[in-house]
Ligand binder design. Structure first.
Ligand SMILES: Cc1ncc(COP(=O)(O)O)c(C=O)c1O
Length: 415
């Protein structure tokens, strides 16, 4: 099929949930992507913060090819070495005691919400369960001596994005994403991001979980303040609610720290990961403390595909490479350099540049979409984070020369 035929076939047969530009990518190497016409692009999207080591990294390709030749899938009914290895690395290098594997960011958040609900139920004991939740007639008929609490409330934040499945969507802020699919999960309450008073008003003894991105990605690349995350930790402790950090986008080196939370001196009870973890293959992970792990039993949750040998072999390469002080230091330095270079473009059209590490945004006074289209025509791929915000999330291996080239192309698009 040539490019036109591919575009037509996709339009005819693939459900239209994405608006795609008329480009067909056929190859990638490092920060470069090539289309069917042989045109080269500098990729500052990394497949939405996924291809952390760039495209077709040699070590990654070798590991994937070797693993595929040995064993790709056995399901989670059986043990396999790459999964055990990855789990050990994630646990030994984080706050967590256990990891649950799945296939995407949304799934990782679904798991976290389920685990929080089950943890809360155990904590409050049967008598105090809310009547609505009861499935036993005897419970419905028994007199209630005190107002029942459900301990099922989940607090999420303005600007937050956690995925498109029903649970994850329920805690996602944008109404445009939620409204067509209502009713969603009951018991979700939104508070204002970075506003501790607003969080305090929402988090009470009825709350089982608080879910927050330490650095909001889709919402416009907004870092939480240290006081906010520290305050959430204290509120969760006071009300026996679990604190969930969604590091699907900001985790695993993107901010220059292995985990974004490490910059805040605050540890969560659960943390969700996905995008970059396997460098381009689908994976998700929910990291949890032992007290939460203790309430989960075989059969409570699961996934056929999750963390098979192939995807974990890829993830082990990514983790080993990213989890090195010199690698993380370079992310910090190159992220600062990218912000510094972008700030030179600040003007009437580009008003503010911000970010953490190599997750960087630039606010525009014009719509982002035409700027993104022009950049693509000029050989640079960037994405948006809201109507008027450009988002740059290159592979963590990006070089200064590539940053210079990207900024020079962007400059021509803002004329
Ligand atoms: C912070 C965050 N959480 C969750 C998700 C959902 O991840 P996925 O698209 O893999 O389901 C995303 C995706 O952009 C995200 O940025």
């Amino acid at each position: 099929m040539d490019a036109q035929q591919i575009i037509k076939a996709e339009s005819d047969y693939v459900l239209h949930t994405y608006n795609r530009p008329p480009v067909v990518f056929t190859q990638g190497k490092g920060l470069r992507l090539y289309d069917s016409e042989g045109r080269e692009y500098l990729d500052f999207t990394a497949g939405i913060a996924v291809t952390a080591l760039g495209h077709s990294d040699t070590e990654w390709v070798t590991a994937v090819a070797q693993q595929a030749a040995h064993l790709t899938h056995v399901s989670n009914l059986y043990h396999s070495a790459p999964q055990a290895e990855l789990a050990q690395k994630l646990v030994e290098n984080s706050f967590a005691d256990k990891v649950y594997f799945c296939n995407s960011g949304a799934e990782a958040n679904e798991a976290a919400l389920k685990f929080a609900r089950k943890y809360a139920k155990r904590e409050i004991g049967n008598q105090r369960l809310e009547i609505r939740d009861s499935t036993k007639i005897s419970d419905l008929q028994s007199p209630i001596s005190q107002p029942p609490i459900s301990k099922s409330k989940i607090i999420a934040f303005t600007g937050g994005f956690h995925g498109r499945t029903v649970g994850a969507l329920s805690v996602t802020w944008k109404e445009k994403y939620r409204t067509p699919f209502q009713p969603l999960l009951p018991g979700v309450q939104f508070a204002e991001f970075n506003n501790l008073a607003s969080a305090e008003a929402a988090i009470d003894d009825d709350a089982c979980a608080v879910i927050v991105e330490p650095v909001q990605g889709e919402g416009g690349v907004h870092p939480a303040t240290p006081e906010f995350l520290q305050g959430l930790r204290a509120l969760c402790d006071a009300h026996d609610a679990l604190l969930i950090f969604d590091e699907v986008q900001c985790g695993l080196g993107r901010t220059g720290h292995l985990w974004a939370y490490q910059a805040y001196g605050v540890e969560p009870d659960m943390m969700t990961l996905a995008k970059p973890l396997a460098g381009g293959l689908p994976i998700g992970a929910t990291l949890l403390r032992q007290k939460v792990a203790d309430v989960i039993q075989p059969g409570d949750h699961g996934s056929t595909f999750a963390a098979g040998p192939l995807v974990c072999a890829a993830a082990n390469v990514v983790f080993n490479r990213v989890n090195r002080p010199e690698f993380l230091a370079q992310v910090t330095q190159n992220g600062a350099y990218l912000q510094h270079r972008l700030k030179t473009l600040e003007s009437e059209k580009m008003t503010a540049v911000r970010g953490r590490g190599l997750l960087v945004a630039a606010d525009l006074t014009v719509e982002a979409a035409p700027v993104i289209a022009k950049a693509r025509e000029n050989g640079l791929l960037v994405i948006s984070a809201g109507e008027n915000t450009l988002r740059l999330a290159p592979a963590l291996t990006v070089s200064r020369e590539e940053i210079d080239t990207a900024v020079a192309i962007l400059e021509t698009c803002l004329d």
